[in-house]
Design a protein around this ligand. Structure first.
Ligand code: AHR
Length: 350
C-alpha cells in the first residue's frame, strides 16, 4: 500500500477508535479519557483488535518492477529471483511488467505504477538514455526508483540506488583471461559480440575489455557487432564473422554467455572446434556455459549475479524504515575457467 493510502487508512482507523471510545465512554465525563490513560489504552486496544484482521494485507509494501524481457538465461534467472523472493515474503506485494525489450513499454509501466501509488519502482532499464522525464514524474509523486542490474544515464537525484554489477570490471576480467592465455606479446585477433546497443551492460563491457587490451599492441578487435544478448542473434552474427574472417579469428569475446553459446554452434557448423581453434570468453556465468566448459567447447565465463531479489526486497524495506541506501549496492562475482568451472558446475543455480 502506498504511503498516501496508508495515511488515509490511518485517519479512518483513528476515527473508528474515537467513535468506539465515545461509545465505550458513554456516560463518563469529558475529562475521563484524558485523565485515565489506562482506560484510553484499553479502548484503543479494543478498537485495534477489531481492525486487526485487515492489517497484515494493508501493510504490505508494494513494488512495481519493470523487467526488460526474457532475452537470455541470465534475464530469466533474475526474474525468477525477484518473483520468488517477493512471493516468499508476506510483507511484499510485487507488480510485474515485461517490456518485451522496448523502452516505451517500460515508460508506460512506470506511469502505471505511479498511478497505482506503489511504494517503490524497480527498473532494469533496457537502454541507458531517455529516462529523465518519467523518473522526474516518479520523484514528484514521491515514489523511489531503484535501478536493477543496468544503469540509466540520469542525474543521481532521480534514482535512489543502483543494485547490480560493475560491467566495466567484467569486461576487464574477460580481457585479462585472454591476455593470460596468450601472453602479453602475442598477436591475437578478437571478434566481439556486443549486447543490446545503448544498454549499459554492452557499453561498459566493451569499454572494460578495450581498455584492458589497449597496451598490448598485438591484441586487435577485428570485428565487433551487436548480437542483442540472444543466442539466435549471436549465432547469426558469428556466422557472418566466420564467413569474412574465419581463418583469422583467435578469440570470441561475447558480452553474454547466450550469444557465445550461439556462436559455439556457428563455429562447429563452420567446421572449427570452439574452445580450441577459437577461444571462447563470455559473461554471466550461466549453467550452460559451465557445461560447455566441461565439454571442452568453451573457455571462460565472467560471472554476473542475477539473483538480485533479496537485495531488492531488503533495499525497499530499508527505505520504508527511513534508512538511507548506498548509491550503488554491488554484487559479488568471480571468474570461472578450467577445473574451477568444472568443479562449480553441480552447484550453479542458474
Ligand atoms: O544486464 C545484464 C545483461 O542482460 C546480461 O549479461 C545479459 O545476459 C542480459 O540479457
Amino acid at each position: 500500500m502506498s504511503i498516501k493510502k496508508f495515511m488515509k487508512k490511518g485517519v479512518a482507523l483513528a476515527l473508528a477508535v474515537m467513535l468506539l471510545g465515545t461509545a465505550v465512554g458513554c456516560g463518563s465525563s469529558s475529562t475521563t479519557t484524558s485523565e485515565a490513560p489506562a482506560s484510553t489504552e484499553q479502548t484503543t486496544q479494543e478498537a485495534k483488535t477489531e481492525e486487526a484482521p485487515a492489517a497484515p494485507v494493508d501493510e504490505k509494501i508494494v513494488i512495481g518492477f519493470s523487467q526488460i524481457g526474457a532475452e537470455s538465461g541470465w534475464r530469466t534467472a533474475e526474474t525468477e529471483s525477484i518473483k520468488k523472493t517477493c512471493e516468499e515474503d508476506p510483507m511484499i506485494e510485487l507488480k510485474f511488467s515485461d517490456a518485451q525489450q522496448k523502452q516505451e513499454n517500460q515508460i508506460k509501466a512506470i506511469r502505471t505504477f505511479i498511478a497505482q501509488g506503489v511504494d517503490a519502482i524497480a527498473l532494469a532499464p533496457v537502454v541507458e538514455s531517455g529516462w529523465e522525464t518519467v523518473f522526474t514524474e516518479a520523484k514528484d509523486a514521491g515514489i523511489p526508483i531503484i535501478l536493477l542490474d543496468r544503469m540509466a544515464a540520469v542525474d543521481e537525484s532521480l534514482y535512489t540506488t543502483f543494485i547490480g554489477s560493475d560491467f566495466i570490471e567484467e569486461g576487464r576480467r574477460a580481457a585479462q583471461y585472454v591476455i593470460d592465455t596468450f601472453g602479453p606479446d602475442a598477436e591475437v585477433n578478437i571478434v566481439e559480440l556486443q549486447g543490446t546497443v545503448g544498454a549499459s551492460a554492452a557499453t561498459d563491457r566493451q569499454k572494460g575489455f578495450a581498455d584492458a587490451i589497449k597496451d598490448y599492441s598485438g591484441y586487435k578487435i577485428i570485428k565487433s557487432q551487436s548480437g542483442d544478448f540472444t543466442r539466435a542473434k549471436g549465432k547469426e552474427v558469428m556466422e557472418a564473422f566466420l564467413k569474412s574472417d574465419g581463418d583469422k579469428i583467435d578469440v570470441l569475446y561475447a558480452h553474454n554467455d547466450d550469444m557465445a553459446l550461439g556462436a559455439v554452434q556457428a563455429i562447429e557448423e563452420y567446421g572449427l572446434q570452439p574452445g580450441k581453434d577459437i577461444i571462447i570468453v563470455g559473461v554471466d556465468g550461466v549453467k550452460d556455459a559451465f557445461q560447455a566448459i566441461a565439454d571442452g567447447k568453451y573457455n571462460c565465463t565472467v560471472e554476473c549475479n542475477p539473483n538480485l531479489g533479496p537485495q531488492l526486497v531488503q533495499a525497499v524495506k530499508d527505505l520504508k524504515a527511513g534508512k538511507t541506501l548506498e548509491k550503488w549496492i554491488k554484487s559479488d562475482e568471480d571468474v570461472y575457467f578450467g577445473q574451477k568451472a568444472i568443479d562449480a558446475l553441480p552447484t550453479r543455480t542458474y
